[in-house]
Design a binder for this molecule. Structure first.
Ligand code: SF4
Ligand code: SF4
Length: 438
C-alpha cells in the first residue's frame, strides 16, 4: 500500500507540474529548480519559486527525512523505472559500494553551486533581498532536447545498469548531498522496533543500497543520510522489526562514527552477493572521475550532471572490463581509447580556457594559438570562436585569415549578428586598401 502511494505521489507531482505549465505557462511560477537556491538566492539575494522549494524541502527533511527524494524527485522516478524495466528483463545489476558516494556529490555541491555563488556574493554584496517568483523562466536551466534526452538516458537508465539501483542519487546528485545535512537531524527515522531475524530483506531491497539490517541492529536506526524515506525496507520486513518512528532529537544517540560506512557492513551471506565493493580503488577511481568529468563538462552543451554521470560510469567500469571481455589485448586497447578520448577533450577544454583568457587580456598572439587549436580539434563547430579569431587576425592585419574565420562563422550560423558585422568591417577595410592602391 505504501509503495502504491509513493508511486502515485511521484506520478501526481509530475502530472501537476505539466498541467501547471500547460495552464499558466511560465509567467506565474518560474524555474522550480534546486539550483535556484544557489544561483538566485546565495548569489543575488533573490527569493523565487526554486528557493521556496529548497526551503520547504529542507524543513520537511529536518522533520521527516528525505521525502523529497523518495516521493517527489523526477530523477529518482526515472531510475526506479529503469530498475523496474531491468527487473522485467531479468537483469539485476549489483550495487557498487564505494566511499566516492560520500565525496563526489558533496564535491559537486560545493564546487559548482556553493563556492562560485558565495564568492560572487562576497565580492558584490546584495543590495536588498527581492522576491521574483516568475524569474528566471521555467526553462532557464534546462538543456536542449538532445542533451536533456542524453542526461535522462545516462543518469536515469545507464547509471542504474552499471552502478546499481539509484546510481545517480548515490554517486552524483548535489541536491541529495545538500539534504543530507537536515537528514542527519531528522526526527522521523526508520528505527529498530525489535525482533529482527537478520533475513537481510531490508538491505537487499533498499534502493539506495543502505545496509539497513546492520544499522538498525548496531545503531537502533537507519543513520545513513542517503535514506530517502521510501519505506520499502519496512514493507519487506518479514518480522515487522522496523518502523518509521519519531524520536525527540534531544534524546537521540548521535555518534559521529554512525554516519560512515564501515568494513563490517554488507557481510550477511544473504546480501553479500548483491553488492560489489570498489573500496580498494576508491582514490584512483575518484581521480579518474574528476579528470574525465572536468575534461568534458561544458563541451557539446553538456551540463555537470551528464558529464560527471558519464565520467563515473566510465571510471568505475575502467577497472571492471574483465567482466565484459576476456581478451587482455582488447581490455588494454579499450582503456587506451578511453584515456585518449578524455585527454583529447581535456586539451580542447584547456585550449578554449587559455584562448578566452588571453583574448580578454588582449594577448592576441597567445589567444590565437590556443583558439586555433580548439577549433581544429573540437568536433563541434563554434561560430563565436571563429568570430574572436577573425577579430584578432584583423587587429594583427592578417586580413585573409580574418575573412576566412568570418566566413566560417557565417557558415555555422548565418544569422549570427557578430559574424556578419565582422565580415562587413573586413570588406570595408579591404575596400579602403584597394582604393589606396588604386
Ligand atoms: S533505508 Fe528503508 S526507507 Fe531508507 S531508503 Fe532504504 S529502503 Fe527506503
Ligand atoms: S528485513 Fe526485518 S528481519 Fe530482515 S534483516 Fe531487515 S529488519 Fe531484520
Amino acid at each position: 500500500m505504501t509503495q502504491k502511494l509513493r508511486i502515485f505521489s511521484l506520478i501526481t507531482i509530475h502530472v501537476l507540474i505539466l498541467a501547471h505549465i500547460y495552464i499558466f505557462g511560465d509567467e506565474v511560477v518560474g524555474s522550480v529548480d534546486f539550483q535556484e537556491f544557489f544561483h538566485s538566492f546565495i548569489k543575488y539575494g533573490i527569493i523565487n519559486s526554486g528557493v521556496i522549494l529548497v526551503i520547504i524541502a529542507f524543513i520537511v527533511t529536518l522533520i521527516f527525512g528525505r521525502f523529497f527524494c523518495g516521493w517527489g524527485c523526477h530523477f529518482g522516478a526515472v531510475q526506479e523505472l529503469s530498475w523496474a524495466i531491468l527487473k522485467k528483463l531479468g537483469i539485476r545489476p549489483k550495487t557498487i559500494n564505494s566511499s566516492i558516494i560520500t565525496i563526489l556529490p558533496l564535491f559537486m555541491l560545493i564546487n559548482f553551486y556553493i563556492l562560485p555563488n558565495a564568492i560572487y556574493a562576497v565580492n558584490q554584496p546584495w543590495e536588498a533581498i527581492t522576491i521574483e517568483m516568475a524569474n528566471p523562466s521555467i526553462w532557464a536551466f534546462l538543456p536542449g532536447f538532445t542533451i536533456a534526452t542524453l542526461t535522462f538516458i545516462i543518469d536515469g537508465f545507464l547509471i542504474v545498469y552499471f552502478l546499481g539501483r539509484k546510481g545517480f542519487c548515490r554517486y552524483i546528485c548535489p541536491w541529495g548531498a545538500f539534504l543530507k545535512i537536515p537528514n542527519t537531524l531528522a526526527m522521523f527515522k526508520v528505527r529498530n522496533s525489535g525482533g529482527c531475524i537478520e533475513s537481510g530483506n531490508c538491505t537487499s531491497s533498499c534502493p539506495v543500497g543502505i545496509d539497513v539490517s546492520y544499522e538498525i541492529n548496531h545503531y537502533e536506526k537507519v543513520t545513513n543520510t542517503n535514506c530517502t524515506s521510501c519505506m520499502i525496507c519496512i514493507d519487506g520486513c518479514p518480522s515487522k522489526a522496523i518502523t518509521y518512528q519519531w524520536k525527540n532529537p534531544l534524546k537521540e544517540n548521535f555518534q559521529f562514527k554512525h554516519y560512515f560506512l564501515n568494513k563490517d557492513m554488507y557481510s550477511l551471506p544473504i546480501i553479500k552477493k548483491k553488492f560489489r565493493s570498489i573500496h580498494s580503488k576508491d582514490l584512483i577511481i575518484l581521480i579518474l572521475i574528476l579528470f574525465f568529468g572536468f575534461s568534458i563538462d561544458g563541451l557539446y552543451g553538456m551540463g555537470h550532471f551528464l558529464s560527471f554521470g558519464l565520467a563515473s560510469i566510465v571510471a568505475i567500469k575502467f577497472f571492471a572490463l574483465k567482466s565484459y571481455f576476456n581478451n587482455k589485448i582488447a581490455i588494454k586497447s579499450i582503456r587506451l581509447l578511453i584515456v585518449f578520448i578524455f585527454c583529447w577533450h581535456a586539451t580542447i577544454k584547456y585550449s578554449i580556457w587559455q584562448g578566452l583568457k588571453n583574448y580578454d587580456a588582449n594577448n592576441y598572439n597567445t589567444s590565437i594559438k590556443y583558439l586555433e587549436c580548439a577549433v581544429r580539434i573540437y568536433p563541434k563547430s563554434i561560430g563565436r570562436f571563429h568570430v574572436l579569431l577573425g577579430r584578432m587576425y584583423l587587429e594583427n592585419n592578417s586580413i585573409d585569415k580574418a575573412r576566412n574565420h568570418a566566413l566560417k562563422a557565417i557558415q555555422i550560423n548565418p544569422n549570427y549578428h557578430s559574424s556578419n558585422e565582422l565580415l562587413k568591417e573586413i570588406e570595408s577595410i579591404e575596400y579602403q586598401i584597394y582604393n589606396e592602391l588604386d
